[in-house]
Write a new protein. Structure first.
Length: 455
């Protein structure tokens, strides 16, 4: 089936590199998730030394956002038949967009008939008012019917969220043993874990904005070319898009209405701060700009299919506007995050530009060279981020291994039960006007003393 939608071959070396990079990306996300979890821990205070290597809550969203958009290019339309090794590389990242590929069908008469039917649908798509070539080609390579992607996307998302919610319930409902002197501390610690796991659920839903927008728009536009529109799936897709944008609108309203002290409460930060806490209070609405940029990117990939160059140029314009807004507003509390985010957007624009170069009237050799250039840039970025996570892990482990003495690089931390006892009465440390030069994550808070209490 892939022979009909790609050209060239994939060597054993290229296949091995693809597997290695996929593994590196997976390990990088695991390490980033660990540091994300640590950064939201109320008992963790980053060390004064090497703050750039301390756990933070911004790297995971930045990294996954980058890889998600690169993966989405596998559903874009290409004027020329793309190279097999290039598309296989992009397809191998599709799981980050909750697009789980199917297994190759057995070579049976029914399988052959299915392939022939899908090819007829591809030809029909080319002659209809909506050209879903990129989407159908991705479905062919993934061994999944294009009509099943909406359900598969929701199934994958629900499974991930359900697993996390089970962990939230298990840790949040831990029994309290009155016969144990250590039970209160353990119970408070587990409740802290429960809140932070709930924050990971919010982060997963946040990551789903791009793939949901893309697949829903594919479903709507493809169904719009058929008789009897709208059908059940397209109605659900429309409802999903409306719910997505209503959610963004409600989130924006809540952020506008919230006070800085309210947003600084530990429980609020632990659950929802994963998406807003790394922005300054004045620029907190930039979170919505990021979500809209990702959603619009997915919609444009699905909607602009008449011309492959126009599609990629539209993506470049969206990302350039987003980058310009980022540079002007400077919304982040961390200078390190600002540098990473700008560098990632610039790299993304370069990759989109190279991809746009493949849409012209070029030779096969030029197409191969451009494909290699994109893969090399993505691999280099992922390897750099992976090495950084290893260095951070070594630094973190070394700090924990040191004795709590004068030679320790760690700062004394709050106890979980201290934070738990006043979970709803915390406020951020005051920031100066130059707070954007800080290089650490702003997730830590101090507790306001109760009457008769102590700081």
């Amino acid at each position: 089936m892939k022979a009909a939608v790609t050209t060239g071959t994939e060597s054993t070396t290229e296949q091995t590199i693809r597997y290695i990079i996929s593994s590196i990306i997976g390990l990088t996300i695991v390490l980033m998730s660990f540091f994300q979890f640590q950064a939201t821990n109320p008992s963790f205070v980053p060390p004064d030394a090497s703050p750039a290597l301390a756990p933070n809550s911004w790297e995971l969203p930045v990294f996954i956002g980058f890889v998600q958009l690169i993966s989405a290019l596998s559903l874009a339309k290409y004027a020329k038949v793309p190279q097999t090794f290039y598309m296989n590389f992009l397809d191998s990242l599709s799981w980050l967009n909750f697009l789980i590929r199917g297994s190759a069908p057995a070579k049976a008469p029914s399988a052959v008939a299915s392939v022939q039917l899908t090819r007829r649908e591809l030809a029909t798509s080319l002659s209809s008012s909506y050209d879903a070539t990129g989407f159908i080609q991705f479905s062919l390579r993934s061994n999944v019917s294009e009509h099943d992607w909406f359900v598969r996307l929701w199934t994958a998302l629900i499974i991930v969220v359900a697993v996390l919610l089970v962990a939230v319930v298990v840790t949040g409902l831990s029994p309290f043993n009155t016969n144990s002197s250590d039970s209160h501390r353990k119970s408070a610690s587990l409740r802290s874990v429960s809140y932070r796991l709930l924050g990971m659920v919010v982060l997963v839903v946040y990551f789903a904005a791009l793939p949901i927008s893309m697949i829903c728009m594919f479903e709507i536009l493809e169904d719009a070319t058929t008789t009897g529109f709208p059908h059940t799936m397209s109605v659900l897709a429309i409802a999903t898009l409306l719910a997505l944008y209503v959610g963004v609108g409600v989130g924006a309203y809540k952020l506008i209405d919230a006070t800085e002290a309210g947003l600084s409460r530990w429980a609020t930060r632990a659950v929802f701060g994963v998406v807003y806490a790394n922005y300054t209070y004045q620029a907190r609405l930039f979170l919505c700009a990021t979500a809209l940029a990702n959603s619009v990117t997915g919609i444009l990939i699905a909607a602009i299919t008449a011309n492959s160059l126009t599609q990629l140029l539209a993506l470049i314009v969206v990302r350039m506007v987003y980058l310009l807004a980022m540079v002007v507003v400077r919304p982040f509390t961390s200078a390190l995050q600002f540098g990473f985010a700008v560098a990632m957007e610039v790299l993304l624009l370069v990759i989109l530009g190279l991809s746009a170069g493949m849409t012209g009237d070029i030779t096969v050799d030029a197409q191969i060279h451009l494909s290699y250039a994109v893969i090399i840039l993505v691999c280099a970025f992922c390897i750099v981020m992976f090495v950084r996570q290893l260095v951070m892990l070594w630094h973190f482990s070394s700090a924990w291994a040191k004795d709590e003495g004068t030679h320790s690089s760690r700062v004394p931390t709050l106890h979980d039960h201290d934070v738990e006892s006043s979970m709803h009465y915390t406020v951020s440390l005051p920031r100066s006007n130059n707070s954007n030069i800080l290089a650490t994550s702003p997730m830590n808070t101090i507790r306001i003393a109760d009457s008769g209490g102590r700081l």
